[in-house]
Design a protein around this ligand. Structure first.
Ligand SMILES: Nc1ncnc2c1ncn2[C@@H]1O[C@H](COP(=O)(O)OP(=O)(O)OP(=O)(O)O)[C@@H](O)[C@H]1O
Ligand SMILES: [Mg+2]
Length: 312
């Protein structure tokens, strides 16, 4: 750990290299189609959430794994270029990095073909306990689950707030969920955890795991959120000309963690995060469209009573 020692936010989880193509319509099998635009850039839920935070001026550190291949080098460079501390990024000799081919249709909906890579999960010996103890927020996505649980226990013992980006239920989720303060999960996660239940029915169930806050993101249908002891509420998605929804959830999580650092009320945090995610959707790629803080503050749709321009 050579660089900074006190990042406010530590993220443990996935990082990917994304190859994105924008097309008008999907071809049949064995046919060809033209792409309107092509873009290569880093992605992955935790990595992109940290890039969002970093663009807002928050100090961040990433813990995860890449291979020593070309995509791994690009993933690392993409994070370092955004001032994300990569001293917890393990480079595994001979392994392939996670890579995604993402086809984005004319409505901005993305279809992801993901190669998970061949890196092995981080092990407890890879975890820098001091890094976790000195942070303010620990952001997890349920991967590297043994290390994620260990880090969450350290966080719990040191008043570090834990946030889960729940994209899908994974092996080890049962052990991890009770260690999380803010369960900020997708509709897909809810469908896997509580089949047949709607997002608005499920927040009480999520809170039973012990979290203070349950948030379910539902794409263009907005967000359902509930804090323990308060009532459930809905935040609509902000209307924008949508080009690509890749990474909307990741940027939402970056915005959510930023709001937590400011100490805002939940409704303001969720609104801020929704604005961040909507602004991202205006461009191709999980990261190209991430707004800076001035853009978020000047977004007409974001007008609310809180001052978004807080100081971390
Ligand atoms: N079409 C859209 N228009 C405006 N905002 C959107 C749109 N799609 C998503 N968002 C915003 O982004 C948030 C997160 O999106 P979503 O629920 O799709 O995340 P996700 O399932 O985690 O996806 P991913 O992790 O792949 O980005 C939504 O709750 C909403 O606020
Ligand atoms: Mg997601």
């Amino acid at each position: 750990m050579s660089e900074m020692k006190r990042p406010d936010v530590v993220g443990i989880g996935q990082c990917s290299y994304d190859i994105l193509g924008r097309l008008q319509s999907f071809p049949q099998a064995d046919q060809k189609t033209d792409l309107d635009e092509i873009l290569l850039q880093g992605g992955g839920p935790i990595a992109t959430a940290l890039v969002t935070l970093s663009r807002f001026g928050t100090s961040t550190a990433f813990c995860g794994a890449v291979g020593d291949d070309e995509f791994g080098r690009k993933i690392e460079a993409g994070l370092r270029d955004e001032q994300v501390d990569c001293s917890g990024l393990k480079v595994e000799p001979g392994a392939a990095s996670q890579t995604a081919f993402i086809a984005v249709d004319k409505d901005g909906l993305r279809t992801v073909f993901c190669h998970p890579g061949t890196t092995t999960p981080l092990e407890p010996k890879d975890l820098d306990h001091v890094l976790i103890r000195r942070s303010k927020i620990l952001l997890l996505d349920g991967t590297h689950v043994e290390v994620a649980c260990e880090a969450a226990r350290i966080a719990r013992a040191n008043s570090v707030v834990t946030v889960l980006d729940g994209g899908s239920v994974r092996p080890g989720s049962a052990e991890l969920l009770p260690l999380i303060d803010h369960l900020v999960v997708s509709e897909k996660f809810v469908g896997q955890l509580s089949p047949g239940k709607s997002p608005q029915d499920v927040s009480a169930h999520l809170l039973e795991y012990g979290a203070t806050t349950a948030v379910v993101t539902c794409g263009a249908k907005g967000v359902w959120a509930q804090q323990r002891g308060d009532s459930l509420f809905h935040q609509s998605a902000f209307p924008v000309p949508v080009v690509d929804t890749t990474g909307c959830g990741d940027v939402f999580h970056g915005g959510y963690v930023y709001g937590l650092l400011q100490g805002w009320p939940l409704a303001d945090i969720v609104r801020f995060a929704s604005v961040c995610a909507a602004l991202k959707a205006r461009q191709l790629g999980g990261r190209s469209g991430i707004p800076n803080i001035d853009e978020v503050n000047s977004c007409p749709g974001s007008s609310c009573k809180c001052n978004f321009a807080g100081v971390v």
